[in-house]
Design a protein around this ligand. Structure first.
Ligand code: GLC
Length: 518
């Protein structure tokens, strides 16, 4: 099926839009209250209808679920909670039949403490795989070897192994010991895990906290002014880059534009830029500065300017993401449906690859999770609430009791209700995805920030004679925006008719895509 519209094929990961699925929360078909691979397979037609190009699945490997799958006990299998290798293969085959790519979450920095490698490493200082993890003797005071802080709680990134008297490193939970990537056997074993899935036909990987795999050999203390920031947001080491080049060579050895998007949790676009290497490291890297930018024109203009200034000169293709499974949803952060609708226009109008987080196309807010239902050690349950597929009591899930509570207004923000309503958030996303796909300027054009009245941020996208202007009003009131001529192709505001000439005024919290020309 030909779903492309540009003349010369771009790699899919540049032209496409990626849709992140948090499998536990997508759709449960076996009645255990947790989403599964079959639930994803059943809704593939919906995703094609929506118009996304690729699915990223958060981890589905066997796991004790201390971090809901980001603690991997076996990189080369599927947790029975989600299905089996057979159901996975069926999902990939059916996705590919619909021209949907599938990328897996790959967790290279750490395993589960239940992974066979760690169990062996922990068996004693002379274990064959002892050095696959990072072990150190206690510091001079008998405490942890350095001052690194783990994520999720301000506690040391080290746990004492009583039996050997040594500490092991974990930048996340104690159940997530860090692998020692300085050891070539670790690198080679981890490369094999990639090959396992590439051979099965997956199109690429989202590499979890991949900026953390290289560590300073001396494991020096973090500067005291940064403590208690978790070490995982500070780790930015030259040792990581040759490792990324190896990964890139491995991917490039396969046919079909296999890709890796790295989760680089360094909140400065200048730091993120270096993870693209010279076009020989990550194809894409997440740039989280925008996700942490408030609904404010000055701040957004600044983050767009900085991102462009850092990435464009080195030919690095940007990524854009407003929501994911680790942060409050942007509908919740921005505080209104109008803003969330405008944010959708913003996200899908930018130059680069957008990543959507399942449920943002429904305008879902975070669920309010009562204390007795909190399950995540990182406080992220709210954004991981289950997706409502219809307005019935069970919302299209096989269990009436999903693992987390439903998000607010699930009986009107459900997929079925929104599919019936042409003014819904879901239809806005669908329209935006179609408009994007149909415009070479939006898919691959350049991007020039415009000088606009206060409170408004906008840019021109151009590819040959195809031109679009994207305008976002970050204020609550009307703003006159003279000098932009053309037809409104899509507006975040349901009251504005698209295909009307742009009347040089934006409503409060409105964003539009204007097709230049008469
Ligand atoms: C990444 C994941 C997050 C996980 C952490 C540890 O930040 O997105 O969900 O908890 O890595 O693997």
């Amino acid at each position: 099926m030909d779903r492309g519209s540009t003349e010369v094929a771009e790699p899919w990961w540049r032209s496409g839009v990626v849709y992140q699925i948090y499998p536990r929360s997508f759709c449960d078909t076996d009645g255990d209250g947790v989403g599964d691979l079959e639930g994803i397979r059943r809704h593939l037609d919906h995703l094609t209808w929506l118009g996304v190009d690729a699915l990223w699945l958060s981890p589905v490997y066997p796991s004790p679920m201390a971090d809901f799958g980001y603690d991997v006990a076996d990189y080369c299998d599927i947790d029975p909670l989600f299905g089996s290798l057979d159901t996975f293969d069926a999902l990939v085959a059916e996705a590919h039949r619909r021209d949907l790519r599938v990328i897996l979450d790959w967790v290279p920095n750490h395993t589960s403490d239940q992974h066979a490698w760690f169990r062996e490493a922990r068996s004693g200082p002379d274990a064959a795989r002892r050095d696959w993890y990072v072990w150190r003797d206690p510091g001079p005071d008998g405490g942890p070897p350095n001052n690194w802080v783990a994520a999720f709680s301000p506690s040391p990134a080290w746990t004492l192994d009583e039996a050997s008297g040594q500490y092991y490193l974990h930048l996340f939970l104690p159940e997530q010991p860090d692998l020692n990537w300085a050891n070539p056997d670790v690198r080679s074993a981890m490369h094999d895990t990639l090959r396992f899935w590439l051979d099965r036909g997956v199109d690429g990987f989202r590499a979890d906290v991949v900026h953390c795999i290289g560590k300073a050999p001396a494991l020096d203390d973090d500067p005291p002014e940064y403590v208690p920031l978790p070490h995982c947001i500070l780790n930015d080491r030259p040792e990581t880059h040759p490792m990324l080049r190896d990964l890139r060579r491995l991917l490039d050895g396969y046919e079909g534009d296999r890709m890796m998007v790295g989760e680089v949790v360094l909140l400065d676009p200048a730091l993120v830029a270096s993870y693209y290497g010279r076009g020989d490291e990550l194809q894409l890297a997440f740039n989280f500065a925008p996700l942490h930018t408030a609904w404010d024109a000055t701040r957004w203009r600044d983050v767009l300017t900085r991102t462009q200034a850092e990435l464009e000169p080195i030919g690095a293709w940007p990524t854009w993401v407003l929501s994911n499974h680790d942060n409050p949803r942007h509908r919740t952060r921005y505080g209104s449906t109008a803003r969330a609708r405008a944010a959708a226009v913003l996200l899908l109008g930018l130059r680069g690859t957008p990543f959507l987080y399942a449920g943002e196309e429904l305008g879902l807010e975070d669920a309010a999770v009562p204390a007795d239902r909190v399950v995540d050690p990182g406080g992220r349950d709210g954004c991981r609430a289950p997706l409502p597929w219809d307005a019935s009591e069970g919302h299209g899930w096989a269990s009436l009791d999903p693992w987390l509570p439903w998000p607010p207004h699930s009986d009107r923000l459900d997929v079925a209700s929104q599919r019936e309503d042409p003014d819904s958030m879901l239809h806005l996303y669908r329209r935006l995805l179609a408009v994007r796909r149909g415009s070479p300027a939006l898919v691959r054009g350049d991007q020039e920030l415009l000088d606009l009245p206060e409170g408004v941020v906008g840019w021109r996208r151009r590819y040959r004679d195809d031109v679009r202007v994207v305008l976002v009003n970050f204020t609550a009131g009307d703003v006159a925006v003279p000098g932009v001529d053309g037809t409104v192709e899509v507006s975040s505001c349901p009251e504005r008719r698209s295909t009307a000439a742009f009347d040089a005024t934006l409503g409060g919290d409105e964003a539009v895509i204007v097709r230049a020309g008469p």
